[in-house]
Design a protein around this ligand. Structure first.
Ligand code: AMP
Ligand code: GLY
Length: 416
């Protein structure tokens, strides 16, 4: 099978890497890709938001499967454009990607499907905002209705900060605060069959001990030794299957990756958000342990034949991913700083250095964005996977490099 991965980030590098190690895959291409992907696969210039251009590239390359990584092209209809030229595409239609593209839409679907989620109000005016904030009380949760690359959500005890954030957005969703550990559970679906992947945990805040602002994600690990045994079955039954059924009932079936961001509250599981694509950096850790050929899952979802694939199989190991960001992330980011030590990190047993925001300039790899790299390591347990990931981090340097030191620490300490 010939494949083409669309996107530039760490998620796309992890997907391309897993496809390159898949015996059923003969060719992996990426567009636009990044220097990490370019080390093992041809990369092609394309505007990932331009569905016609992506479809033309896929046709020219003669690929059997296109995988659209990020949410913005999905919401813009890039997967629709690829399917229109008769090529199988992993990723939902623009209509179905509204599950991520509009938080208000996602709330409507959850209400119709009776999926447990935070109580919420959609607000258009400053008066509605103040009333909703005072109804739910602190901590305040204010979400931009539109896509905001992980930065549209403010959770704060400061009422004025909540009001100010709402004023900067158009439509906002204000909701009740959900207390409890967060879990990312991904499912691959063809619109009917739903295959859950192994749960992972993401670290959203910029600084150790969950301090600092929300980011796109600073690290991840899987499996979750502390999670209840029936978590995956329960989330399938109460969240994933009803959501997929409701989308089909509406005439906008969802195929691709349904990402449920969950809070395990004292009153049970609640959905924090849906995404319409693989999570980043959870995907780096999850794919490192996947033993089922990734191409079978993605192609099965893209062609409506996932029922033939069977439940995903996993290595009985653990995987930890630690993100290295550039100075100022997430408020700002720097670029052009020379990165050294990537090869030394890659040489460590079980370690893959995944590129996210890098560029190649004059033969040198330099920083080019907020999240720069992710070091993913596998190990027999979380303790070994952590040790390897942080050994990899120690090899890599560039001006202003930042990372969290506590990724998977508590879970490893719990005896995993
Ligand atoms: P989202 O983009 O909706 O995933 O929100 C980003 C992050 O904000 C989540 O991962 C949570 O850490 C936090 N968050 C969002 N909604 C809530 C909520 N209702 N209660 C508590 N924390 C939340
Ligand atoms: N890791 C969070 C996300 O991908 O949205």
């Amino acid at each position: 099978m010939k494949t083409l991965v669309i996107g530039t980030g760490g998620r796309e590098h992890a997907l391309a890497l897993a496809l390159s190690r898949d015996a059923q895959v003969t060719e992996v291409h990426a567009a636009p890709g990044n220097p990490g992907i370019a080390a093992f696969a041809p990369v092609h210039e394309v505007d990932p938001m331009d569905g016609t251009a992506v479809a033309a590239l896929a046709t020219e390359l003669g690929v059997d499967l296109v995988v659209v990584g990020p949410e913005a092209p999905l919401v813009a209809g890039v997967a629709d454009a690829v399917r229109e030229v008769g090529i199988a595409c992993f990723g939902p239609t623009a209509a179905a990607a509204q599950l991520e593209g509009s938080k208000a839409f996602a709330k409507q679907v959850m209400a119709a499907a009776e999926v447990p989620t935070a109580m919420a109000r959609v607000c258009e005016t400053a008066e509605q905002v103040v009333e909703a904030l005072d109804t739910f009380g602190a901590p305040y949760v204010v979400k931009d209705d539109a896509l905001a690359a992980g930065k549209g959500v403010v959770v704060t005890d400061d009422r004025q900060e909540a009001i100010d954030h709402a004023a900067q957005c158009g439509t906002v969703v204000i909701e009740e605060f959900l207390d409890g550990p967060e879990v990312s559970l991904f499912a691959i679906t063809d619109g009917e069959t739903v295959l859950p992947l192994q749960p992972a945990q993401d670290f959203k805040r910029a600084l150790d001990d969950d301090e600092g602002p929300n980011t796109g994600g600073m690290g991840a690990y899987t499996p979750l030794p502390w999670a209840p045994d029936d978590l995956v079955a329960e989330v399938c039954r109460r969240v994933l299957v009803p959501t997929v059924q409701e989308m089909a009932r509406r005439g906008t079936p969802f195929s691709g990756l349904l990402y449920a961001g969950l809070a395990l509250t004292g009153r049970g599981v609640r959905v924090i958000e849906f995404n319409a694509r693989f999570g980043d950096p959870e995907t780096q850790s999850i794919l490192a342990l996947l033993r089922t050929p990734l191409s079978a899952l993605l192609h099965g979802a893209a062609t409506g034949s996932l029922g033939d694939v069977g439940l995903p199989q996993w290595a009985a190991e653990s995987s930890v991913t630690v993100v290295m960001s550039s100075a100022g992330y997430p408020a700002t980011s720097s670029s052009g700083d020379v990165i050294t030590g990537i090869d030394a990190a890659n040489a460590i047993d079980g370690v893959d250095v995944i590129h996210a925001g890098t560029a190649e300039v004059d033969g040198q790899v330099v920083t080019a964005g907020g999240r720069v790299l992710a070091v993913t390591a596998t190990g027999t347990d979380l303790t070994q996977a952590r040790e390897r990931a942080y050994s990899g981090i120690a090899e890599i340097s560039y001006d202003g490099a930042q990372h969290r030191t506590d990724i998977a620490r508590a879970a490893a300490g719990s005896g995993a």
